[in-house]
Design a protein around this ligand. Sequence first.
Ligand code: HEC
Ligand code: HEC
Length: 201
Amino acid sequence: MKRRLHLPAIAFAAIAAYSAGALADDARVASLVGERCALCHGPRGESSTELYPRLAGQHAKYIAKQLADYKAGRRKNDTMSQMAADLGDADMMALGQYFEKQPVKAGGMQDADLAAAGKYLYNNGNPWSGVPACAFCHGPRAHGTDQLPRLAGQRAAYTAAQLMKFNQRERSNDNAVMRTVAAQLTEFEIRALAEYVGSLD
Ligand code: HEC
Ligand code: HEC
């Protein structure tokens, strides 16, 4: 007997499988966020203390890339490597999409003079030492792109810590772009840049 394809049946099965998958993903993301990420990053990515980065409004692909880097050990942090150890690619992307959608809060400014120095550096770089303008890649309002992280509204302590890590070559998951940029930065410049981008929304 000749085999016949029942196209509508196949299409129906595909749609049913897709929606079941989509529902399972939503439930899984909700439980991962609620039972794991929320403790440090907050249920909506707002971050619970200065120690933890904000994820709200961060680009989904960037979040997924960082999770994959932690899992593979390309980005080194014991806590986050444990958090990402059992996540699959689909989980990483779904978590990224969840946090990208959450509302962004402006970080607030502790020191306006420091932020003003940061603003100059962010937009112009330091032509005397060869630091490039951050705005060139991260955008005029530090909103980033799909490939590049948002810095606006990020906790200043976290941003400063990451710039130190790039500067000391402890963070090396970006094929050397940020390492080259941060290599020239002084601690004053790092504090000023972190203060400025943290104050943007
Ligand atoms: C116990 C606290 C803790 C928990 C729980 C936690 N994280 Fe983190 N997360 C951190 C710390 C600390 C860092 C900064 C690490 C570093 O310096 O690289 C971080 C960094 C990140 C980054 C990188 C942010 C950036 O801007 O580059 C992402 C993405 C992230 N976490 C996602 C998650 C997700 C998703 C979960 C839940 C599955 C989670 N984290 C659970 C503490 C935590
Ligand atoms: C040539 C493009 C380029 C320039 C110029 C640049 N960046 Fe970056 N930056 C990147 C890329 C790409 C990444 C993502 C690295 C990764 O995937 O981990 C990044 C990551 C970062 C991070 C880590 C964000 C996080 O959430 O962990 C910080 C902080 C940062 N950049 C700050 C700056 C500052 C401040 C300047 C200006 C002094 C600057 N960048 C200039 C391309 C650039």
